[in-house]
Design a protein. Structure first.
Length: 311
């Protein structure tokens, strides 16, 4: 084993291909490097803009540690924020607050846990991946759309200083906000023309469908995010759907997705319309401040607009 002064160089050049098992979801690549007596060392590659987190659980009293090898991670834990760079370590025993990490650039890190978690961890990751594939197969534009909504929603949530638990919910709720479209007939979802009133009534049920799908997975992460999915088409003045909620009755994460989703929809090409210029879409968001959209969310959107892209 290398001495401490050689540790960073050794880790940077470590052959991850020799790992025991791997999981790759696009934004996140995970490899189990070693496992003995319940302790596991798991190598992660989190690509720029991707997010990863630690979640408290009842009855869990294990040591969990994150050691950054390369790149840079921003983190929020409770009401604390910071940045971890190569050589930095964050450890907790046990996790008491949600911790969410966002890669500011392509980042590699080790996650060490005193209990065997990889198989459960990989099972959850694969379920997330399958849901993403289901969306993409159902509606060709949606996979890239969902990743943009996730990335840009987190930008707004961080600017608004949401708690780590709120960011945890926002991370999943924003990405899976359109999962309910899986249960919308293709004749409606892919129709290259304006929907009839009857068809639109069916389309408007996709937030309800989405909540049921996430809750049916049995995964706490997705159950926590299901309210955002259910409410992302609610509007500040009560004109949205499915429950015509108003003002602060709408969860802040859902209010964020409402703005980001609307902006992305306006600036994306659809089968029935051309993409609008971003400047035009920004003016539309401003015009809806305090009526369609939560004013605080709009203000955070405008303050972040230079970082909000469709790439």
């Amino acid at each position: 084993m290398p001495q401490s002064g050689e540790m960073m160089d050794w880790l940077r050049h470590m052959k991850v291909g020799q790992s025991i098992e791997k999981v790759n979801t696009g934004k996140l690549e995970v490899s189990l490097l070693a496992s003995k007596n319940g302790t596991e060392i798991i190598h992660h590659t989190l690509h720029e803009g991707g997010s990863w987190g630690l979640t408290p659980q009842d009855g869990w009293n294990e040591l969990e540690s994150v050691f950054v090898i390369s790149g840079c991670l921003a983190y929020t834990s409770g009401d604390r924020q910071g940045i971890v760079s190569p050589g930095d370590t964050i450890s907790t025993e046990p996790v008491k607050d949600h911790v969410i990490f966002t890669a500011l650039e392509d980042t590699t890190f080790l996650y060490i846990c005193s209990n065997a978690v990889f198989h459960f961890y990989s099972e959850i990751t694969q379920k997330f991946q399958q849901l993403a594939v289901d969306i993409e197969q159902k509606d060709g534009y949606t996979a890239d759309h969902c990743e943009r909504i996730r990335r840009n929603s987190l930008l707004i949530g961080q600017r608004m200083n949401l708690s780590s638990y709120q960011l945890h919910c926002l991370n999943f709720g924003s990405f899976f906000h359109d999962i309910g479209k899986i249960d919308v007939p293709d004749t409606i979802l892919l129709k290259p023309a304006t929907l009839t009133h009857e068809e639109f009534d069916i389309m408007k049920r996709h937030p309800e469908f989405g909540k049921k799908i996430l809750c049916s997975t049995g995964l706490p992460h997705l159950h926590d995010a299901s309210t955002i999915v259910e409410q992302h088409h609610e509007r500040f003045n009560g004109s949205g759907y499915p429950n015509h909620l108003k003002g602060d009755a709408i969860e802040v994460g859902a209010a964020i997705v409402a703005v980001i989703d609307s902006f992305d929809a306006m600036t994306s090409k659809r089968p029935y319309k051309r993409a609008k210029p971003e400047a035009w879409a920004i003016d539309e968001i401003i015009s809806g401040r305090g009526s369609l959209y939560h004013p605080d969310v709009v203000d955070a959107f405008l303050a972040s607009v230079d970082d909000i892209t469709k790439s």
